[in-house]
Design a protein around this ligand. Structure first.
Ligand SMILES: [Zn+2]
Length: 149
């Protein structure tokens, strides 16, 4: 009887510091995307190339602010791929205001907005998406997206 009671009892209160380690680890998990499978794998930061566990293709590491479209939303995935090709990995970009301040600019909502966005923020693009370089070379990988090219 005492076992049943333990199972149904509410979780005892735990001080937030109890979860500190788990939280710290989570903070360092970054989205690694596979543009072929249109999937995201959350893994710790890595300088070396990571491969997709499903298709063995190269994963691209994006900023933690990235949130993935549905796997079936091909146009949104094409938008993401195009942004990454232009060096925008969902890091924050800023627009100058006339009074000399900076405000964070929103990323494009759709594919059609990408060219203007890429042109406006070209100076804030990163030279090469992390994780996109083939190990041992400085070549930027061209992503292949079956069915949406
Ligand atoms: Zn894959």
């Amino acid at each position: 009887m005492s076992n049943v009671r333990q199972q149904t009892a509410p979780m005892p209160y735990k001080h937030h510091s109890y979860f500190a380690n788990a939280r710290r680890e989570q903070r360092y998990l970054l989205p690694f995307v596979c543009f072929s499978c249109r999937k995201v794998f959350r893994k710790p930061f890595a300088r070396e190339a990571r491969l997709c566990p499903q298709c063995r293709g190269l994963l691209t590491m994006l900023n933690r602010k990235f949130s993935a479209p549905k796997a079936t939303d091909l146009r949104q995935w094409r938008k993401v791929a195009l942004l990454v090709e232009h060096g925008f990995v969902f890091h924050s970009v800023y627009r100058s205001t006339p009074d000399g301040r900076h405000t964070r600019a929103a990323y494009p909502k759709n594919l059609a907005e990408v060219p203007a966005f890429a042109a406006e923020f070209a100076s804030q693009a990163i030279a090469k998406p992390l994780g996109a370089a083939v190990a041992g070379t400085s070549k930027l990988v061209r992503w292949q997206m079956p069915g949406v090219a």
